[in-house]
Design a protein around this ligand. Structure first.
Ligand SMILES: CC(C)(COP(=O)(O)OP(=O)(O)OC[C@H]1O[C@@H](n2cnc3c(N)ncnc32)[C@H](O)[C@@H]1OP(=O)(O)O)[C@@H](O)C(=O)NCCC(=O)NCCS
Length: 134
């Protein structure tokens, strides 16, 4: 597996299969755009398959704080340590900051606790009409 923080040579066509379970998922082009626009991103590339199989993004002010909005590993690649490696690399990139926040469903709480994260309250707003980003 190759882990990369740059997107050189990554095309929209290499981003098939993400946003599993989203009713109105972003297109592959929109996915590539949000990876580009994020202040930080790490992608896991399977060089044999020529595709991205996992990614994590962060948005940061570069001074105190960062938020991790998205982390996903393709279903066929889960359970192989890729998600863990993406989080490890991203928290490494952000380790000079005071705060790194994530909002997640209950079932993913034990996963994030492995990295020393603590459970707290989160408040969210969602505009479902804008879920695809288009
Ligand atoms: C959560 C997710 C990214 C984990 O990726 P993954 O590549 O399957 O995870 P890893 O193989 O790196 O798992 C590392 C360890 O965490 C454990 N783990 C994985 N998911 C877990 C979960 N939901 N709860 C508790 N432990 C979990 C694994 O069992 C593994 O343990 P081990 O080292 O003792 O074997 C992946 O399941 C996913 O993409 N889920 C759908 C999207 C999602 O929920 N993203 C988070 C949004 S905030």
């Amino acid at each position: 597996m190759e882990y990369r923080t740059d997107l050189e040579g990554i095309t929209a066509g290499m981003l098939e299969g993400f946003f599993v379970g989203w009713p109105d998922p972003p297109s592959e082009e929109t996915h590539l755009q949000l990876l580009r626009n994020s202040s930080h991103r790490v992608v896991a590339v399977d060089p044999n398959a020529g595709r991205v199989v996992g990614f994590i993004t962060a948005i940061s002010d570069g001074v105190l704080s960062a938020y991790i909005p998205l982390l996903e590993v393709l279903p066929g690649y889960q359970g192989n340590g890729i998600g863990q490696e993406l989080v490890r690399r991203m928290t490494g990139e952000l380790d000079y900051l005071y705060m790194i926040d994530v909002c997640c469903d209950d079932d993913v709480v034990p996963f994030y606790e492995r990295f020393g994260m603590r459970h707290t309250n989160g408040m969210i707003l969602r505009n479902y009409g804008r879920q695809s980003g288009d």
